[in-house]
Design a protein around this ligand. Sequence first.
Ligand code: TYM
Length: 334
Amino acid sequence: MRVVSGIQPTGNLHLGNYLGAIKQWVAMQDAMGPGEDSLFFLADLHALTVAIDPKELNSNTIEMAATLLAAGIDPDRAILFNQARVREHSELAWILGGTARTGWLNRMTQWKDKAGKNREGASVGLYTYPVLQAADVLLYKATHVPVGDDQKQHLELARDIATKFNQDFGVELFPLPDPLISAAAPRIMSLRDGSAKMSKSDPSDGSRINLIDSDDTIVQKLKKAKSDGDLLPDSFGGLADRPEAKNLVTIYAALSDISPDAVMTEFAGKGFGAFKPALADLAVAKLGPIRDRLTRLLEDRGAVTEALSKGAARATALAAPTLAEAQRAVGLNV
Ligand code: TYM
């Protein structure tokens, strides 16, 4: 088993990233046996596809790496690095650009959403973003990719690219990576709008809980979270038409590692006046220790950059042979 996943170093790591992806990363890292590897990276090259402040990109990358360490990624077991340090990502992306079809990229919902009506003005990088993402996982011959639901389409594209590459060049170079989507938290929604996903780019900070938030901020954000005036039913299925209520119960269940139905058994017949304070206590108890570790790590950034350097060297050792195989397969004279 070879596990690979990434996160963009833009903004703060939030509860959606944590419950949808990072918690699974930590579980996978802990489950690796001898000869198996888990690789997690800061997708700094992907961050270049939208407007960024160069002064912030570097510090965001360090801070996001520190957050991953605080959330339980162990650089002695997992390989933690930033994408730009392993040049093979960019080189393989270019090669795979010859395999991917524009028709496939045109169908990507993230491209359509992010480019919006202004396609002519969107960057080329935003359009070819999923090809780089395919290179990220295929470079390591990943078998499993733990992600939130919103990345599923990009991984299906990675499988299509791998299949076509293997066929076109008559090789069995790339295994097809399986997306691992968290059953507990495939898509955590905004605290302000149950129909929008919790996101780093939402202009309202009250829409998300950041892993750096103080206890008091967490409590206030959950207090103000959109809910409804109805009582909680005795089964999770009874929340089908109540997106905000469903989201808060999902967060409770995912944070406490119990099923949503078990949460409903505990709170059936109660309203949000009782549920929200219990959720706030739980969130503070689970996230407080992560924030405290993060605060300490941010005071000693040297340890974080050292972990990233070590991770980049280990990642390069795994990436270089695959790139060489891909170059040979397509007949490049390198
Ligand atoms: P990014 O940086 O947007 O998010 C990182 C991870 O968090 C998950 N996620 C969520 N899960 C549940 N609910 C939410 N509201 C939520 N918001 C985010 C994402 O699904 C993701 O798993 N393109 C990727 C980064 C990337 C990557 C890769 C991922 C680059 N190369 C290769 C996997 C493999 C992205 O922008 O994720």
